[in-house]
Write a protein that binds this ligand. Structure first.
Ligand code: IYR
Length: 227
């Protein structure tokens, strides 16, 4: 039986024009400072900051509001080590054999390679899983069936965007790392068959001597078109 929608008044704060400008400029000024960090300090991060950011991420819009995501927060050093070893094994194979010359050339300005010490150095690693489908358990019989999930890739992508922004605003550094293939993360973290690793995100404070590649972002007139 499809359930009927239940509505309530929207909770929306209409801001003055000056407050709109102030907030919008402040957000842009802050988010423009975000950089992908590959050199992490081992200083721990308060769990509350991680929880708060995941709360924000979990508020993202999703297809049919199915919220097809699981955020696995790892601070156990043995698990981080295991993930690093497995990621490096896949990445070594990728960099040395699987990636095309064109791909390697595209990455050259970033200075990345198969070594992933940040997976161990960062005090916290968040692995975001996409639930390709849901699982419904029949209350009477305990029988399990699959629930189709709509737009799960897009939904998780949006949630990860929220997560990156929330962690940055909380004064934390992040990296989006997508070792390929990522199946080893399901095995190490014991995730069920309906969940697919989407991104591995080291989170923490940058190392004192952290460096980032000199790159630039496209200006507004290259990315926005008005009609
Ligand atoms: N997954 C590899 C390679 C890599 C691919 C892209 I596209 C990047 O923007 C960065 C890296 C790695 O994480 O090193």
């Amino acid at each position: 039986m499809p359930s009927e929608p239940v509505f309530k008044p929207l909770d929306f704060e209409r801001l003055s024009a000056s407050e709109q400008s102030r907030r919008s400029e402040e957000f842009t000024r802050r988010i423009l400072k975000r950089r992908s960090v590959r050199h992490f300090s081992r200083e721990p991060v308060p769990l509350e900051l991680i929880e708060q950011a995941i709360r924000a991420a979990g508020s993202a819009p999703s297809g049919a509001n199915q919220q097809p995501w699981t955020f696995v927060v790892i601070s156990d050093p043995d698990l981080k080590r295991e993930m690093r070893m497995a990621a490096e094994a896949e990445e070594k194979e990728s960099y040395e054999r699987r990636m095309s010359q064109e791909w390697l050339e595209a990455l050259a300005p970033l200075g990345t390679d198969w070594r992933k010490p940040h997976i161990e150095d960062a005090p916290t690693v968040i692995v975001v899983f996409r639930q390709a489908y849901g699982i419904r358990t029949e209350p009477e019989t305990g029988e399990e069936s699959r629930v189709l999930h709509y737009y799960s890739e897009e939904s998780v992508g949006i949630a990860v965007g929220f997560l990156l922004a929330a962690l940055h605003i909380a004064g934390l550094a992040t990296l989006t790392h997508t070792p390929s293939p990522m199946k080893f993360l399901s095995d190490i973290l014991g995730r069920p068959a309906n969940e697919r690793a989407f991104v591995l995100m080291p989170v923490g404070y940058p190392a004192e001597d952290a460096e980032v590649p000199v790159i630039s972002k496209k200006p507004l007139d290259e990315i926005m078109i008005r009609r």
